[in-house]
Design a protein. Structure first.
Length: 195
C-alpha cells in the first residue's frame, strides 16, 4: 500500500504533463499508451483517480453532500467505478458487433483516459454554471459527445476497421449507452448530488 501511495505522489507532476498531452494530441497520446502496455492500465487508473480527487476538491464548496469529504470521495469513486464499468460494456459490445479486433485491455485503457478528462470536466462546468443544472447537463452532454468523437479515432485505429464500420460502432454505442446514462442521472439525484 505504501508503494502505491508513493507512486501516486510521484505521479502528480506527471499527471499534468499527461493531461496536457492528452488534451492537445489525444490520438497520438493514446497510441503511445496502447503501444507501451507495461503498467499502462495501472497508470491510467491512477490518472483517473487523481482526476476524481480533483473533481471532489473543486466541487466540495458548492455541492450538498451532507457527509464528510472523505466519505463523499469514497462514495463518489465507488459509484463512478460502477458506472464506468457499466458504460464500458456498450462500448466493448459496439466494437465487437461491427467486427472490431481490438483486445479488451486496449479498449479499456483508452476508455479510462477518455473518462478521466470527463471526470475533470464536471467540476469546471459545475463552477461555471452553478446552479443552472439544466444548462450544465446540456453543456456537459455536448462536450462529452464532442470529446467522444475526438477520441473515437483512437478506438478505430486499434480495432482495425473502416471509417464506415467505425461510424456504425459509434451509433450502436450511443444507443446502448443511453440506459446507463439515464441510470447514472437517477443515481446522482437519489444520492443528493444533483438538485
Amino acid at each position: 500500500m505504501k508503494a502505491l501511495f508513493e507512486k501516486i505522489i510521484k505521479f502528480i507532476p506527471e499527471y499534468f504533463s499527461n493531461l496536457i498531452s492528452l488534451l492537445t494530441g489525444p490520438k497520438s497520446f493514446l497510441a503511445a499508451k496502447v503501444a507501451h502496455q507495461e503498467n499502462e492500465m495501472r497508470d491510467a487508473l491512477i490518472f483517473l483517480g487523481i482526476s476524481a480527487v480533483l473533481c471532489v476538491i473543486l466541487t466540495s464548496p458548492i455541492t450538498n453532500v451532507g457527509e464528510s469529504i472523505v466519505t463523499f470521495t469514497i462514495l463518489l469513486c465507488t459509484v463512478s467505478v460502477i458506472m464506468l464499468a457499466l458504460l464500458f460494456v456498450p462500448l466493448f459490445a459496439s466494437w465487437k458487433i461491427i467486427g472490431g479486433t481490438a483486445p479488451l485491455s486496449k479498449l479499456a485503457l483508452i476508455f479510462v483516459y477518455e473518462n478521466s478528462v470527463i471526470v475533470l470536466l464536471v467540476p469546471i462546468l459545475f463552477i461555471l454554471f452553478w446552479p443552472n443544472f439544466s444548462f450544465l447537463f446540456l453543456v456537459l452532454g455536448i462536450i462529452t459527445f464532442l470529446w467522444r468523437i475526438v477520441i473515437w479515432g483512437a478506438y478505430r485505429k486499434i480495432s482495425a476497421v473502416s471509417k464506415g464500420r467505425s461510424i456504425a460502432a459509434f451509433i450502436i454505442n450511443i444507443i446502448l449507452s443511453a440506459g446507463v446514462n439515464y441510470l447514472s442521472t437517477i443515481v446522482g439525484w437519489k444520492l443528493g448530488w444533483l438538485i
